[in-house]
Design a protein around this ligand. Structure first.
Ligand SMILES: *[C@@H]1O[C@H](CO)[C@@H](O)[C@H](O)[C@H]1NC(C)=O
Ligand SMILES: *[C@@H]1O[C@H](CO)[C@@H](O)[C@H](O)[C@H]1NC(C)=O
Ligand SMILES: *[C@@H]1O[C@H](CO)[C@@H](O)[C@H](O)[C@H]1NC(C)=O
Length: 388
């Protein structure tokens, strides 16, 4: 309800306006009243009301996220920096000497190592991962669910491709967890639930005190020499994050060297819990690769965009258009049209726009190069993806 006499009347109103505004009766006068209100505004006010304000609303609707990301340095301070351990490696240097360079002693026998992942649909990158780590892993532990983190039903992709992984079958502990399919829930809850299943499966796999446990996503691949170093050296930190080179779409697009979520733990029964957030302040430099959205087929990109914990980033349905996705991959641009998630204006501006192409395929997982025919799409110079 409008309050009595609550109609707006400009001070600059002309006679007609005064007439209307002064009316006591409330007939079909709304139109004249509107004219009265409008008549009282000058040209600048019109411009503001009908051009600037709508443009602003449209702008915020389409770019609100960008605006808030750009202003991140104002509303969020950067996380505490890691204490970074320099990483020494050359194939010709003895393990004893490598351990010593890091300030550690060498053990009589290496520790056992467990690699545990939550699997969604990343078959190709899983193969690269397991081949890279194969020589040093005691048990590969893999959990998959029939639900994505975002609560969509998903086929058991690993189960139907299991025959491609015969080489690790004797060392595989595989588990399926049923999704809860809760509508409208935060995807991180389903993700946390699936990680608890990993903890249980690790016990079944026989992990014990002082074994090493790698906690990382499938696409965060520690280099095998890093794992070999950590299993042989004594006195390594109980929880150590791994700094990985951060790639997007393929090894052609090196975004930065700042992926830090992967970690390696000296297992403590009853205490160690599988997690994918920051768990210590120590990080080992240059310890492997993180290849996000490194898929062979466009359909896998679409699946991942709809499935993962940040599903809210798909703000417009045209984001899922295959032609658009293909063109973005080749440019090294952002699938979600977002600004870089950084904490200083200098870094945000420095990283705006597409990622520069890299033509180095030096120091990549050996399996990739040994099977280059089958993995062209991950190597520099091959951005076209299989459709469908
Ligand atoms: C590695 O060691 C071998 C044998 O000691 C030596 O012949 C070779 O030159 C070394 N390579 C490099 C790159 O240092
Ligand atoms: C998911 O798996 C659980 C347990 O195996 C089963 O009870 C449920 O029916 C499955 N749901 C779908 C949608 O496949
Ligand atoms: C990442 O590290 C590599 C090797 O140290 C270096 O060549 C490259 O320039 C770095 N890239 C970025 C984006 O910092």
């Amino acid at each position: 309800m409008m309050p009595e006499g609550g109609y707006y009347c400009s001070k600059k109103s002309d006679d007609i306006c005064e007439d209307v505004c002064g009316q006591e009766s409330r007939g079909a006068l709304s139109l004249s009243r509107l004219r009265c209100i409008l008549g009282g505004l000058d040209f600048k006010a019109y411009l503001f009301l009908f051009v600037i304000v709508p443009m602003g609303i449209v702008g915020v609707y389409f770019h609100g996220q960008k605006i808030s990301y750009f202003l991140r340095p104002l509303w969020e301070s950067p996380p505490k920096p890691f204490h970074e351990i320099p990483h020494y490696y050359h194939e010709n240097v003895s393990m004893e000497h490598l351990c010593k360079l890091h300030g550690w002693g060498i053990r009589e026998t290496p520790r056992r190592v467990f690699d545990a992942v939550l699997f969604s649909n990343e078959i190709d990158i899983l193969k690269v991962r397991w081949n890279e780590l194969y020589p040093y892993i005691t048990q590969f532990v893999l959990v998959e669910s029939n639900s994505t983190f975002s609560g969509l039903a998903k086929p058991l992709v690993f189960a139907s491709n299991r025959d491609q992984f015969k080489f690790i079958e004797p060392r595989l502990t595989y588990g399926v967890v049923g999704g809860r399919f809760k509508k409208g829930e935060n995807p991180f809850v389903e993700e946390a639930f699936q990680r608890v299943a990993l903890d249980q499966l690790l016990k079944i796999a026989g992990i014990t005190d002082d074994d090493l446990l790698i906690m990382s996503d499938v696409d965060e691949i520690p280099s095998s020499h890093t794992i070999n170093l950590l299993r042989w050296c004594d006195e390594i930190p109980p929880i150590l994050h791994l700094r990985l080179r951060n790639y997007l779409y393929s090894f052609e697009f090196l975004l930065d060297n700042d992926s830090w979520r992967a970690s390696i733990h000296k297992y403590q029964p009853g205490k160690t819990r599988y997690a994918h957030f920051r768990q210590s302040d120590i990080i080992l430099s240059d310890a492997g690769w993180h290849c996000s959205f490194c898929f062979r087929r466009i359909s896998e990109f679409i699946f991942k965009m709809k499935a993962y914990s940040h599903v809210d980033r798909v703000r417009f349905s045209h984001y899922l258009n295959p032609k658009r996705i293909q063109s973005i991959i080749c440019k090294g641009a952002d699938l979600f049209d977002m600004l870089p998630e950084e904490y200083t204006f200098k870094e945000i501006i420095g990283k705006m726009g597409p990622i520069p192409h890299s033509y180095s395929a030096v120091h990549l997982p050996a399996y990739l190069l040994n099977n280059a025919d089958n993995y062209k799409f991950l190597l520099p110079g091959n951005c076209r993806r299989e459709s469908g």
